[in-house]
Design a protein around this ligand. Structure first.
Ligand code: BGC
Length: 547
């Protein structure tokens, strides 16, 4: 199947996220790689997806799973070569699958050539001005310049001596100390990212996922200002606009759009922007990136009224801004949905993770059913759906990773407050048994539980009713049923039931409750996330019907 030249191909696409280090290892070093992705193209094709998004595969010391980039225009030798990337891209294109790569513009790694130059240069030098270096407070500059906090460490400032610098200044990092923030007021930084985008777009890359897109521009006027509530990085907090979601950041994306539109079809991008609900859609406008992740469903409980309100609000906003809606339940930063929905409503996820999954009311059958029902609900909506590797297998979070095997800086550096994100990054099981369940011949870089084989591609392939087969059929059917980006809600007189339809008579009914419910009359069955029970829709399931 040739790659479509339709400029709007992405508006109602299904995009599958690959976390390359945990997808498939081709050379037995325990780390997934580019050739591993290439070797699984027929699997990707069998999912009927339109595109993959690859999390970072660039050279990196993995201080933050690859989001600490040493060189934006190369492949990490542990994962392959540029030639292998090109081969993968070509083969994916041959079967009609588009490719997004991840761009990390807020920060580089401390091993990036520019940061090394900066650390070895004088205060006030052009090299330092690509990052955010400042003198400290206190009589001898021994205190950080502001109260800004980091995601992965108490302070967003580290003393340059920790990196071998000899001039007594501090540098800013809103994430790990190994992830120094760029100074986006410096035009050279912007120019360099345009070069990077062009580098990948010229190779044929179709789109970009923009890491923490709302953080690039900060109020860097001197003296720097403290934030009013340094206890949180939540950009909804008043006063945090010193650091997040500033108007100027949109000028950056307008320039990127000019570049994207020079290609045929125009390149696409999706913003990871944790901004105020009313401002996220600006990033997604046609003058900027085109799409922004909508994390509202990901953060919501599995409840009908929640879902309806979120869908209506986001659909309206996307329409207003001329973008398409996005629906997301999962990614490499979040507890897997089968596990989230296995817990009682309103549970404290961090406490659950920190207890290694100890909870008497953990119901994984219900959780898995709800996760698949939720995705089938989203797949029936207008807009673009993102699926994270393993979601199609109904994979649960791995909850018992031993402390000495944890890789995530969120845990290690953040006072061990949150066990972190490794539980959703455990390498995929491909086979029911064997070394690392078919991930690779040399084991897996994060430990897989003994029962992982039961969720493997081998175990689920061809098995009626397995999560994989339900997903495959749903995504294939969705392609046939695709129609205008419109939806109509139908009243159900049942607070646990949502019923919507699309203009071509495609209906979707989701039962968020626990008891079976009758189906609407005069509609023909197409597909369901669980078998119907005596003609009725069981709890935690979705059915598609045709008028
Ligand atoms: C990525 C994370 C990463 C952070 C810093 C995020 O939003 O998804 O995995 O730790 O950005 O780059």
């Amino acid at each position: 199947m040739a790659l479509t030249l339709d400029k709007d191909w992405w508006r109602q696409a299904v995009i599958y996220q690959i976390y390359p280090r945990s997808f498939k290892d081709s050379n037995g070093d325990g780390i997934g790689d580019i050739k591993g992705v290439t070797s699984k193209i027929s699997y990707l094709q069998s999912l009927h997806i339109d595109a993959i998004w690859l999390s970072p595969f660039y050279p990196s010391a993995l201080a933050d799973g690859g989001y600490d980039v040493d060189d934006y225009r190369d492949v990490d030798p542990k994962l392959g070569t540029l030639a292998e990337f090109d081969e993968m891209l070509e083969k994916l294109h041959e079967v009609g699958i588009h490719v997004f790569v991840d761009i990390v513009p807020n920060h580089s790694s401390n091993r990036h050539r520019w940061f090394q130059e900066a650390i070895n240069s004088e205060p006030g030098s052009a090299a330092r001005n690509r990052y955010i270096f400042r003198d400290g407070k206190g009589a001898d500059g021994e205190l950080p310049p502001t109260n800004w906090i980091s995601h992965f460490a108490p302070s967003a400032w580290s003393h340059e001596s920790t990196q071998g610098g000899k001039h007594g200044q501090w540098y800013c990092h809103l994430f790990a100390p190994e992830q120094p923030d760029f100074n986006w007021d410096n035009e050279e930084v912007g120019e360099d990212f345009l070069t990077t985008l062009k580098f990948w777009a010229d190779r044929g890359v179709d789109g970009f996922r923009i890491d923490v897109a709302h953080m690039l521009k900060k109020d860097l006027s001197n003296p720097l200002k403290d934030v009013p509530e340094p206890v949180t990085l939540d950009s909804n907090i008043a006063g945090n606009e010193i650091l997040f979601d500033r108007d100027e950041v949109h000028e950056v994306y307008k320039k990127w759009r000019e570049l994207f539109n020079r290609y045929n079809p125009p390149r696409v991008a999706v913003a990871e922007a944790w901004g105020k609900p009313e401002s996220i859609h600006r990033y997604a406008s046609p003058e900027e990136l085109g799409q922004a992740f909508n994390f509202d469903l990901l953060l919501a409980d599995f409840q009908a009224d929640n879902y309806r309100e979120i869908v209506s609000r986001n659909f309206a906003a996307a329409t207003q801004y001329g973008s398409s809606s996005t629906w997301v339940f999962s990614n490499h930063d979040q507890v897997r949905p089968a596990t989230r929905y296995a817990l009682p409503l309103g549970s404290d996820l961090i406490a659950f993770k920190n207890s290694n999954g100890a909870s008497s009311s953990y119901d994984l059958i219900r959780g898995t059913n709800a996760a698949i029902a939720a995705q089938m609900f989203a797949l029936a909506l207008p807009g673009c759906t993102y699926i994270y590797q393993g979601e199609e297998l109904g994979l649960p979070e791995v909850l018992d990773i031993a402390e000495d095997q944890i890789q995530d800086p969120q845990y290690l550096r953040n006072h061990k407050i949150d066990k972190g994100r490794d539980g959703c990054r455990v390498p995929l099981p491909w086979t029911t048994s064997g070394t690392s369940f078919g991930f690779g011949s040399g084991g897996a870089h994060l430990p897989q539980p003994d029962n992982f084989g039961q969720y493997s591609v081998e175990a689920e392939s061809g098995v009626t009713g397995s999560p994989l087969e339900i997903f495959r059929r749903a995504i294939a059917l969705r392609k046939e049923l695709m129609c205008a980006e419109e939806l109509t809600w139908h009243e159900t007189n049942n607070p646990e039931l949502l019923h919507l339809s699309r203009p071509n008579g495609w209906h979707c009914v989701t039962n968020f409750g626990r008891t079976n419910v009758a189906l609407p009359k005069n509609l023909t069955f197409i597909h369901s996330s669980q078998p119907l029970a005596g003609g009725e829709l069981p709890g935690a399931s979705t059915v598609w019907l045709q008028a």
